[in-house]
Design a protein around this ligand. Structure first.
Ligand SMILES: [Zn+2]
Length: 468
């Protein structure tokens, strides 16, 4: 049965759809905190019916009734990616859970550690408010805006599961001709011509995909692609890429942050028009921990830990598997009108994509890449893609793709490369060899566009994350 037409699932959905996005504006902070307390109680009671969690809770002698307030979350054990992988498939759902209503969804697994969980309608329905909130925030009407999603539509990937479980059945809440799904791994010119025909108001994709599209847009392709906003997620965006894309499309790019595990559709955080990364804290509880799994105070950079406060299927409670670096900050006053905990400076990349230096310093991807200031000072946009590859602890390649049409315009490629070399050498120190190399293309990874940093060095314990 279509879950939208079933009163047991359809009516709660409608309520979530109509009210949840506004909750942060309508509720007082006290009311939101009470709401969070209740949501955590509910989710822990549910998690306790799932063997993976039940065993962990028993191990520490924890009863769900011990969890009454959101601050009690620290009593709960962490759940790692390994835990989920090892207990898949039968022990990450409650016993007797109707699997026919659930779908398996997997991470792209570009680093070889693929993780699969179950999702179902309750997760889409419970998280719909977080999905809509960014539209409200950007003054866009979700129902009538023309949305192009350029993602990964292979089987079991988040985008195809969402299509199958939700959007294909939800046509009564938005017009079907307002949605376009495209595979990000199609030839870029094909994507451009599809978009040109569709005329999207909003485009949703990865940084590397936008970078390619922006290149063609700059060359005059896609005259009818004039979106009001671009939404980006899936990997780290750094300032040069951002300017390159925003200039090409003449509109703002907004980051969304989420993961397959936390919910493919509902973002954990999003960037408002003021550039603040608001955490959807009525949908997720977020913590930051250090290498020893100790909770960090606000303002300190650490690894993200996520608890999803809604939905059923596989619960996500104190999950450490997302591996991104974040700095949390409390209830900032943002001029957009929202008051939420925030990610200071956004999400800076995965631990496995960090640059590690011989002197013990460790840079998250976004804080090592420094092309923006150079290319801005030189007033050039002739770099059409780049990537940082750490080959060894003391050797880093910076791969650069040059726009052929601009090769002989403005500052020389030699000068640009010299400046790129200098600034990264200064960051890395004298004991690291920095090679700036021109390449013709930078390939995608398995199921994922090219990331900003690829590191072949695993950081040992004891490395200090640099605070800039
Ligand atoms: Zn804001």
């Amino acid at each position: 049965m279509n879950p939208f037409l079933n009163p047991v699932t359809g009516i709660p959905f409608l309520k979530n759809f109509l009210f949840d996005a506004q909750r942060l504006r309508k509720f007082s902070p006290e009311k939101i905190n009470k709401y969070r307390d209740k949501a955590l109680q509910r989710i822990v009671r549910y998690a306790d019916t799932v063997p993976l969690y039940h065993i962990k809770y028993q191990d520490v002698n924890l009863h769900p009734n011990d969890i009454k307030r959101i601050k009690d979350v620290t009593k709960l054990p962490f759940i790692s990616k390994k835990d989920i992988v090892e207990h898949f498939p039968n022990e990450i759902l409650p016993k007797g859970y109707k699997k026919k209503n659930a779908r398996i969804v997997s991470t792209a697994g570009s680093t070889g550690k693929q993780v699969s969980i179950f999702t179902d309608f309750s997760i889409f329905s419970g998280g719909i408010g977080a999905s809509l909130r960014i539209y409200t925030q950007l003054n866009l009407n979700w129902r009538i805006s023309r949305l192009a999603n350029i993602g990964n539509f292979n089987p079991n990937m988040a985008d195809s599961t969402a299509e199958n479980l939700f959007y294909s059945k939800a046509s009564f809440i938005y017009r079907k001709d307002t949605r376009l799904s495209l595979n990000a791994f199609l030839p870029v010119k094909d994507i451009i011509s599809e978009l040109d025909r569709f005329k999207p108001d909003v485009i949703y994709s990865y940084p590397a995909t936008f970078f390619h599209l922006a290149f063609y847009k700059r060359k005059g392709y896609g005259k009818n692609i004039n979106p009001k906003a671009l939404l980006v997620s899936g990997s780290v965006l750094e300032p040069y890429t951002r300017s390159y894309i925003e200039e090409a499309f003449g509109c703002k790019l907004h980051n969304g942050y989420g993961s397959v595990e936390s919910s493919s559709e509902a973002p954990i955080a999003f960037e408002c028009q003021e550039g603040t990364w608001h955490i959807n804290y009525d949908f997720f509880h977020v913590e930051a921990i250090n290498e020893d799994h100790e909770i960090l105070e606000n303002g300190k950079r650490g690894h993200i830990v996520v608890t999803r406060l809604f939905g059923k299927a596989t619960p996500i409670v104190r999950y450490t598997g997302m591996d991104d670096w974040v700095v949390l900050s409390d209830d900032e006053e943002c001029s957009c009108g929202l008051h939420t905990p925030i990610f200071k400076n956004g999400v800076e990349g995965r631990k496995s994509d960090s640059v590690v230096l011989p002197d013990g310093r460790l840079f998250p991807a976004a804080s090592f890449a420094s092309l923006y200031s150079i290319l801005n000072d030189l007033k050039t946009r002739k770099v059409k893609q780049f990537q940082i590859v750490q080959k060894r602890i003391d050797e880093i390649d910076i791969l650069v793709v040059i726009d052929e049409d601009l090769r002989n315009v403005g500052p020389s490629v030699d000068l640009i490369f010299k400046k790129i070399q200098e600034i990264h050498q200064k960051k890395a120190g004298p004991n690291v060899q920095i090679n700036v190399k021109e390449v013709t293309t930078i390939p995608s990874q398995k199921g994922k566009p090219a990331p900003l940093v690829i590191s072949h060095v695993r950081p040992d314990k004891g490395y200090t994350v640099i605070e800039e």
